[in-house]
Write a protein that binds this ligand. Structure first.
Ligand code: SF4
Length: 915
């Protein structure tokens, strides 16, 4: 549960900005004026009918405060349609606010006659209050618009000047300064060099902790629900920063780009421009260091004492030179007047020496469209710390096909035995060193944390104080309810709410991290002295030996996993403690012993993701979840929206066709192979060599007639290995190689790009060179490195073959528990199936849909999709395919007619010029 905006500490500038702008916003959802759905939308080119339909439905959903599930296949201009419809609604809504104000003011001038005068007075008072609030919003907007318009004009003039002279910066800044902003040049001269002397032990002590009731003074983002932005916003989130940047580029193409205030948010890891902090690489370490620098802003500097010889009692100023109030303000305005992606925003921060991370956060109150990563929206503490308010705003979650899994993973926490041992040892050393200087309450909580860590180590069968790599704990896996887990491990008497609060307020994990760093630095600085005691011990637990295996393992880890590995161990344990406050029914604890304690782990598994979408559905004016393959919609409705308390009248479903003509797609479900053997790739038949040989013949035949690239998806790595071994034995591989060069999905993520480049080069080089080989085939695995986010457009994927149905492993205890949870807490489906079974089938079909959606990426593209398994002919399976594929699906019991129709499809396409 990584928290990229994890501040905890006060940032005075940000507070100023919040206070300045975050006055109460009037929620205008009670406006009497209803916005009609427009017939046309500003669009950069004449839109297709399906795009107009999509935009109309988005607009209607936003206006009616709906919860929309929108499906629009890749290549249909989904992002552009979202941008145009949502921004159109936003502008219309702002116009409506003006009309509302006029109506209220004219209403107030009319004398009410007759009736109950007390009631009349109340009505009049309410109208006056509403008018006051509206006036404030509109005036704020107009002032902001006027100011930014002037700045924009100035910037434009300055940019033109730049062509003639390189004095641009001074001139623009001079004009900017004239608008009441302090002298920028002077500000830059005031930068102080970063002082890296971090030896002040007082900084490492947790502050006195006297109260469990009060939040620490200065916690930047209060939970004050009354504080709202004055500007109605669209909060657009997507899975990756690349996808967010693509969306920003789409917005730039629209008519709204001139006058819209659009910003992108990210973590300090994305935006930090301080080289000495940035080089720390790990998100946690960057956060820690940045916050330390801010904290030190307020401390006094001794100008006489050389850095290395300062007395301990003297405080040192160590602040980030990029976090100066005036620079941040300048940066904020620049960001608001020009739409930029993450790369541009970072570059701009460097050029004006202002931190983009804080500059963009300062811009939040004035922004109309905020692009943010999933985690920032879905993880409530992160959302709140970053200053994102939901009330009255529009939330759009794009690429939402895996929303359940995303929410579950955002709130699930896994801790390894090595982390527990490390955190326990560090905290024990910290406690021993500072025992005499810590107040009673601090000592009490630190001891409680040490006890919790000991209990968790014991739960994994280990012992605290001994290297995790040398402890053997056997192999075992079990799942427990939260209450059972706490009771069995003698943790049931702990108040985890209070402990969690203590961790937040005392920032114990940061102090501990500083303590460790300090100890290691001392050791580095004093090489002549023998490393003994604390330093020596900490060194062994903090810097484990890195083996060749570790390096290879590390290469295969996702970014999040790598971050987790490098994170401060107590910080992860804090996240775990937070999960222990979840209601017993909504989560489980999975304990997995993997022989060595260091590799064993405890994981909190969230069973009910609806818990964490509830706030979003309740507070936001409207919510849209959108994606290329969103089927089955029922899963979103039943497991997420209804489970979070949404009513059916708010839910809107919309799916649109592909922009490609029907003749450009050729999906087929095939039940039997060339020899008439049934294609059954269910788990029990996967080692049936007769079926594998039959499959081989089908693939050979496909390779003979399909030009360029073929993408072959296996349901699992294990099955891919079995099939390729068999095909090697039976010469099927050799037969395929006569027509296509074979590529296999690489084991290491770092090799994906290289493999894809070679695959592409092979297709480009061999395509129609009449040497026999006609392109390439790539063996991939569903859910693997090539099944999401990789684009097999045009010649890269003229045919996608899906072998079997990739059901998840039913023996997984985690999956079994999720299925049990649904069976116990959710109603049966309309056709009488248990909800756990529905989940199981949906997981499979979502994976199929993602994989087959890799081909056909734009309106002129064409491809065939071959679903190999007799089960694809079942209506229950067919109904879960994307509609634009399902409606063209040809079902073939026999191979002959299927092969003929495939042949026919490519013969027709060969007549095209682009063929
Ligand atoms: S550049 Fe920004 S994120 Fe980096 S240390 Fe400075 S204030 Fe923190």
């Amino acid at each position: 549960m990584t928290d990229p905006f994890d501040d905890g500490l006060d940032d005075s500038y940000f507070q100023d900005v919040q206070l300045e702008f975050e006055e109460e916003k009037k929620d205008l959802t009670d406006s009497k004026i209803k916005l009609p759905v427009p017939e046309t939308f500003p669009f950069p080119f004449p839109p297709y009918d399906i795009q107009v339909g999509f935009m109309k439905n988005v607009y209607e959903c936003l206006e009616n405060r709906g919860i929309g599930i929108f499906e629009s296949p890749t290549g249909t201009g989904k992002s552009l349609s979202i941008a145009c419809s949502a921004l159109k609604w936003l502008i219309d809504n702002e116009e409506r606010q003006k009309k509302d104000l006029d109506n209220l003011l004219s209403d107030n001038n009319e004398e009410e006659s007759g009736g109950d005068w007390i009631k009349q007075h109340e009505i009049k008072k309410k109208k006056e209050d509403d008018a006051y609030e509206l006036k404030k919003i509109i005036e704020n907007r107009e002032t902001l618009d006027a100011r930014l318009k002037d700045l924009k004009k100035t910037l434009k003039e300055a940019l033109e000047l730049r062509k003639k002279t390189d004095k641009l910066d001074q001139e623009f800044r001079q004009i900017y300064k004239d608008q009441n902003v302090p002298d920028f040049k002077k500000m830059n001269e005031n930068f102080e060099p970063l002082d890296n002397d971090d030896n002040d032990e007082d900084n490492l002590l947790v502050d006195d902790y006297d109260s469990d009731e009060n939040d620490k003074k200065g916690n930047r983002c209060s939970d004050d629900e009354n504080e709202e932005d004055l500007v109605t916003k669209i909060l657009y989130c997507s899975r990756t920063h690349t996808q967010l940047s693509q969306f920003v580029h789409e917005v730039k193409k629209t008519d709204f780009s001139e006058n819209s205030r659009v910003i992108s948010l990210g973590s300090r890891q994305n935006f930090c421009i301080n080289p000495s902090v940035r080089k720390l690489e790990s998100l946690t370490l960057i956060n820690d260091r940045c916050l330390e620098l801010q904290k030190n802003k307020t401390k006094k500097k001794s100008s006489e004492t050389p850095p290395k010889k300062r007395r301990k009692s003297e405080k040192i100023e160590k602040s980030c030179p990029y976090n100066k109030k005036e620079n941040i303000r300048f940066y904020k305005d620049r960001a608001l007047i020009e739409i930029q992606d993450i790369e541009d925003l970072t570059q701009q921060g460097k050029s004006i020496k202002a931190c983009p991370y804080y500059g963009l956060r300062a811009a939040i109150p004035d922004a109309q469209l905020i692009c943010l990563p999933y985690n920032t929206l879905l993880h409530k503490p992160t959302r709140e710390k970053s200053g994102i308010k939901l009330k009255g705003n529009i939330v759009i979650i794009d690429e939402a096909h895996n929303l359940f899994e995303t929410i579950s993973s955002v709130y699930s926490v896994q801790i390894f035995g090595s982390q527990l041992i490390q955190a326990h040892s560090q905290l024990q050393q910290y406690h021993d060193k500072y025992r005499s200087r810590l107040k009673a309450k601090n000592l009490l909580y630190i001891k409680q944390l040490i006890t919790i860590l000991s209990c968790l180590i014991k739960a994994l069968g280990g012992k605290a104080g001994i290297n995790a790599d040398s402890q053997s704990v056997g192999i075992d896996s079990r799942l427990e309810t939260l209450n059972d887990f706490l009771f069995k491990n003698q943790l049931d008497h702990m108040n985890f709410f209070k402990i969690k609060k203590y961790c937040e307020n005392s920032q114990i994990s940061r102090k501990l991290h500083g303590f460790i760093e300090n100890s290691l630095n001392e050791d580095e600085n004093d090489k002549s002295e023998n490393t003994k005691g604390v330093t020596s011990f900490l060194k062994t637990i903090s810097k484990p030996k890195v083996t060749k295996n570790d390096i290879e393992e590390n290469e295969n880890l996702s970014v999040e996993e790598k971050q987790l590995k490098r994170s401060s161990p107590l910080m992860i344990i804090e996240s775990f403690i937070e999960t222990l406050t979840t209601a017993d029914v909504d989560g489980r604890i999975l304990i997995s012993k993997q022989n060595l304690l260091s590799k064993s782990w405890i994981k909190f598994v969230l069973l009910n993701p609806a818990l964490y979408i509830k706030d979003i559905l309740e507070e936001a004016r409207a919510v849209i979840v959108a994606g290329g393959t969103m089927q089955p919609f029922s899963e979103f409705k039943d497991r997420l929206f209804y489970a979070a308390g949404a009513t059916s009248n708010r839910i809107i479903e919309y799916t649109c066709d592909h922009v490609i003509p029907p003749e450009n797609i050729h999906p087929m479900a095939l039940a039997r192979g060339a020899g008439g053997i049934q294609l059954d790739f269910s788990y029990d038949s996967r080692r049936n060599f007769q079926i594998l040989d039959e499959l081989g013949k089908v693939v050979c035949n496909v390779c003979n007639i399909v030009p360029a690239g073929v993408v072959l998806f296996f349901p699992s790595y294990d099955f891919e290995r079995i099939v390729t071994n068999r095909w090697n034995e039976t010469d099927i591989i050799k037969k395929i190689e006569i027509k296509k060069r074979i590529f296999r999905e690489p084991q290491k993520s770092s090799m994906v790009e290289k493999t894809l480049n070679e695959y592409k080069t092979c297709i480009d080089k061999n395509y129609r060179n009449f040497t026999g080989v006609n392109g390439a085939i790539i063996f991939s695995v569903v859910g693997g490195k090539l099944s999401e986010g990789i684009n097999f457009s045009d010649n890269l994927g003229r045919c996608v073959i899906m072998i079997g149905l990739p059901y998840p492993n039913k023996k997984s205890v985690e999956l079994q528990e999720k299925m049990n949870y649904l069976n116990q807490n959710m109603p049966k489906s309309s056709d009488g199936r248990l909800p756990g079974q529905v989940l199981y089938e949906n997981l499979c079909m979502k994976a199929v849909n993602q994989s087959i959606g890799r081909a056909i990426r734009h309106k002129n593209d064409y491809a065939s999709i071959l679903l190999l398994d007799h089960r694809y002919l079942r209506p229950s399976i067919k109904s879960k395919l994307p509609k634009w594929i399902a409606k063209e699906l040809k079902e073939h019991e026999k191979f002959g007619p299927a092969f003929a129709s495939l042949n026919n499809f490519f013969r027709e396409k060969s007549k095209l010029k682009s063929y």
